[in-house]
Ligand binder design. Structure first.
Ligand SMILES: [Zn+2]
Length: 145
């Protein structure tokens, strides 16, 4: 399986029917994550992906071992969090089936690539803690009086 680790695309011609898998190193600052307030902490992340091809349907699953940061809910100091949520998305190359299930993303086979950046981005967003705190006893922003 051929994977472009900068734009996070899988080359469709490199996929065989059945399960394709790979482990790739992502240079986190080279990727346009475009998630509000979220920044990479680590230089590199390890992406493990499984791409299962079954006729017109393609299921992408996996995980990203990386640390990002999000502002503390009390003092806004950048607070690290790990990407713990799994990557999961379904794709189809059959144009007509995309209208029957909104959860399946249609990919045009002629482009030759499956863009999985949104699937990875989704796992990062879902991993942001509900109330991120830089430390459990954070006192919040201190104002000078
Ligand atoms: Zn704090």
């Amino acid at each position: 399986m051929k994977f472009n680790s900068v734009d996070c695309t899988v080359q469709t011609s490199s996929l065989k029917n059945g399960v394709n898998s790979g482990i790739y190193t992502l240079i986190l600052n080279d990727i346009d994550w475009n998630i509000d307030n979220v920044k990479p902490v680590d230089t590199e992340g390890t992406l493990t992906i499984f791409v299962e091809v079954n006729g017109d349907n393609i299921i992408c699953s996996g995980s990203l071992d990386a640390v990002f940061s999000f502002p503390c809910a009390r003092c806004l100091k950048l607070t690290p969090f790990e990407v713990l949520e799994e990557i999961y998305r379904e794709y189809t190359v059959n144009e007509s089936s995309s209208f029957t299930d909104a959860n399946i993303e249609y990919v045009e086979i002629k482009h030759g690539v499956i863009p999985i950046i949104n699937a990875i981005r989704e796992a990062i967003i879902l991993s942001i803690p509900g109330k991120p705190l830089c430390s459990p006893d954070c006192k919040g922003i201190h104002y000078i009086t």
